[in-house]
Design a protein around this ligand. Structure first.
Ligand code: MET
Ligand SMILES: [Zn+2]
Length: 773
């Protein structure tokens, strides 16, 4: 008799360590301070601590409920390395694939579904040879066994691995990596056999690609691939039991596909998706019959957010799931990778707010509670459900959650608040006000964040530097950055953002309705972590946020100084946002605060304001049907933020980190006067999308990649600018700028790159025949 699926589990746990131990270890390895065996032993120590912690929190030690979800960098890279798609003989090769080195370029990085986690994109072509190249996952399972644990290995499933890969350079036009599924499956089979031989009872295969409608493959293609993959793997003789997890949205029709295979357990995201068979999620009789033989793992605890939530409602969902199968287990909707470790690590948080929250450890506790309820009956967890409900109602009635003045202002909005004067009129007024040359040059906002700036911020936090001392240090920096830009000959200047620790947290710290954490780190990619702010209440602006810095910067120059704000969508995307009202309403509250800020910037003599929206694409829902509504509210919130600006005030926006082709109409609908957009890595491909869409406002396709320390030459910049100039239609339409902010760069390369950019611009302005390179 095989081991039943554990009644309570999680799909994955944060890997970076409670105090970012993994970040410190891998960065020490990169710097050559520790060797590979030392890094391995630190990784092992972290895994051991995680297993112990999860057992302490209520998961079973020997029932396969603890997932083995560790990774030194990224789980997609791990799977690609395991199957030989990315060659990596050792940790040095592994990190080289992730980050590049002197001879090897890094793999491309992109957003993992609709989260702010970035995975590495494997490159797979007809020539890629699949073989079981790494058994690290087996070794980690054995390591757990040696410590007295029977855990559940987790690996990205074959369909998702291929669907997220991109065609290699050698692949012919139109090739898709998913075409290689049949050759990949034997490698997964071999891995499963090895895991079975090592004693694994259950293995988790993560298949989020099966819920997405935003991949190049159609739902039918993904479904066919799932049928082939789990048909084949299900038929293996010597294998562990298979748990296929489908986080991030509803499985829809693909549930029937999986149900028809021999997989033993299916994980459903019941935070994003409805109970199968309920309204809008129909089930055929044959699927119903098949599901009765599966364990249905209900992802009812939100892995994507930090609210304690409605535990009774979550338990009720499990009850409904039990109508489909006698075997039901409780889990998180996604891996807990997206949330920080522990609310108890935030003693500075208001106690009342803290009581509404559940970080990873609290969520594991919730899973354990619901599992107890499943085993012993609802009465066994009455108390816990009641406590969670009390916290939830407290949250609805606490001061600050609903602020009448904020709500009244939102209710009184009319369509006129979302619109500015016609573009032609604005353009003329702005030309008069600003007198900019053809091909105006600018930057995206931040200048290098030097050690000196960071030290001043740390000293302020520790109380070693007072507010006045800090302000004068930042002013000194602003003044240096302004002089530098004047010397370089840029046309539209920035203050350099030295005072910003982070482009979202800076605003969260200044707005009412937000809280910030001290240890709430979440992995963004590799060793890079962010501390998302918590948006818990109605948002308003107690005082101007950026005005004094911008006013000071403008006082140093007669050139236009751009005010610099982060847009509502990006503020929401990079925070943990209240889930008790539509995102659209929350976005509009943030927008009104920004609108007031723009009015104050205008009062302070600022004639150009940039509202950054790099996350516009990231929040796009995975399901097509949900996309129009999202695009509608996200665009509206930007227009509300900027709609009060004077006709002569030039509004810029900036987009980066994604492919924007699919949302080009939304970008146009933002109605910004000037849009700077990441383009250098794709060699200006985006300008063709822009042209096709009929976009006729100002546009600055980034002419060089700020993610790389490489300095672009005048010749290549000139060439890119000519390409861009040929693709835009409108006169005075093209702007010249880098891809993104410069805060992660050093000064030397920044100065040379910008000098070259200005020189290339002059060359193009003077005409093709006069270009000297
Ligand atoms: C991720 S987009 C960054 C925009 C911001 N204004 C900066 O320059 O850093
Ligand atoms: Zn950017």
């Amino acid at each position: 008799m095989s081991t039943p699926f554990p009644t309570g589990t999680i799909l994955g746990y944060p890997r970076i360590g409670r105090r970012r131990e993994l970040k410190r270890a891998v960065e020490a390895f990169w710097r050559g301070e520790i060797d590979a065996p030392e890094l391995e032993s630190r990784g092992a120590a972290l895994r051991r601590a995680t297993r112990e912690r999860l057992a302490e929190l209520g998961l079973g030690r020997t029932d396969a409920s603890i997932p083995e979800s560790f990774s030194f960098y990224d789980h997609v890279l791990d799977a690609a390395v395991a199957v030989g798609a990315v060659p990596a003989a050792d940790l040095t090769d592994y990190f080289a694939a992730a980050r590049g080195d002197a001879t090897r370029p890094a793999l491309e990085m992109t957003k993992w579904f609709d989260s702010n986690y970035h995975y590495l994109v494997p490159e797979i072509g007809p020539e890629t040879e699949f073989r079981l190249a790494s058994t690290r996952i087996v070794a980690q399972f054995e390591e757990a066994v040696s410590q007295g644990f029977l855990t559940r290995p987790v690996i990205v499933g074959p369909v998702t691995l291929l669907a997220l890969a991109k065609p290699s350079d050698a692949a012919p036009e139109g090739f898709r990596p998913l075409a290689r599924l049949a050759e990949l499956l034997p490698v997964y089979a071999e891995l499963l056999e090895k895991l079975a031989a090592a004693g694994a009872e259950w293995v988790q295969l993560d298949e989020p690609a099966l819920v997405s409608e935003s991949l190049p493959e159609s739902a039918d293609e993904l479904r066919a691939a799932a049928a082939a993959a789990y048909g084949m793997l299900g038929r293996l003789e010597a294998r562990p039991q298979l748990f296929v997890a489908a986080p991030y949205a509803a499985l829809d029709g693909t549930l029937a596909t999986l149900a028809a295979t021999a997989v033993e357990a299916i994980g459903l995201d019941l935070v994003r998706g409805a109970i199968p068979g309920s309204a809008g999620a129909e089930l055929f009789d044959c699927t119903k019959d098949a599901l009765k033989t599966k364990t249905l793992v209900g992802g009812v605890i939100d892995g994507h957010n930090i609210w304690r939530g409605d535990l009774a409602a979550a338990f009720a969902k499990l009850g409904l799931l039990r109508e489909l199968s006698p075997r039901v287990a409780v889990s998180t909707s996604t891996s807990l990778l997206h949330v920080p470790h522990d609310v108890d690590d935030e003693p500075q948080l208001d106690g009342r707010l803290a009581s509404w929250l559940a970080f990873a450890d609290q969520k594991v506790g919730q899973v354990a509670t619901l599992a107890k309820g499943l085993v012993e009956g609802a009465s066994a967890i009455d108390g816990a459900l009641a406590q969670a409900s009390a916290a939830l109602s407290d949250r609805f009635t606490a001061p600050g959650v609903r602020v009448p003045a904020v709500r009244d202002r939102l209710a009184a909005l009319t369509p006129a608040d979302f619109a500015r004067a016609p573009y032609e009129e604005r353009f003329a007024a702005q030309q008069t006000a600003l007198g900019l040359p053809e091909l105006p040059t600018t930057t995206i906002g931040s200048f290098p964040q030097t050690g000196e700036i960071r030290r001043a911020r740390a000293a302020l936090a520790k109380g070693e530097l007072d507010e006045a001392g800090y302000t004068s240090a930042m002013r000194a920096e602003i003044s240096r950055v302004v002089s530098l830009q004047e010397e370089l000959g840029l046309d539209v200047l920035v203050h350099g953002e030295p005072e910003r620790n982070d482009m979202v947290q800076y605003f969260a710290e200044s707005l009412d309705g937000f809280a910030v954490t001290v240890n709430g780190w979440v992995q963004s990619y590799g060793s890079r972590c962010t501390r998302p702010s918590i948006l818990w209440g109605d948002v308003s602006r107690p005082a101007p946020m950026t005005v004094e810095w911008s006013r000071y910067a403008q006082s140093l120059t007669s050139k236009p100084m751009k005010g610099m704000l982060t847009g509502p969508v990006t503020i929401l995307a990079w925070s943990f946002v209240r889930d008790d009202q539509p995102l659209a309403d929350t976005a509009n509250q943030v927008a009104l605060a920004l609108r007031d800020e723009i009015a104050d910037l205008e009062q302070a003599g600022i004639r150009i304001v940039q509202v950054d929206e790099p996350a516009l694409r990231e929040l796009l829902p995975l399901k097509r049907a949900a996309q129009p509504a999202y695009l509608d509210w996200s665009v509206s919130s930007f227009r509300l933020a900027t709609g009060g600006a004077h006709t002569a005030t030039q509004i810029h926006t900036h987009l980066c980190y994604s492919e924007f082709g699919v949302v080009i109409d939304a970008i146009r609908a933002l109605d910004a006067d000037v849009t700077s957009i990441e383009a250098a890595r794709s060699r200006m491909e985006v300008v063709h999308d822009i042209r096709r869409s009929g976009f006729d406002h100002g546009v600055g396709p980034g002419v060089y990649d700020i993610h790389s320390p490489r300095v672009p030459s005048v010749a290549e910049l000139t060439e890119l600018l000519r390409t861009a100039a040929a693709a835009v239609t409108g006169e005075h339409q093209l702007w010249v700028n880098p891809d993104c902010g410069l805060k992660t760069r050093g000064y030397d390369e920044t100065v040379t790159s910008l000098r070259n950019m200005v020189q290339a611009t002059r060359a193009v302005r003077e005409g093709a025949d006069k270009i000297a390179v």
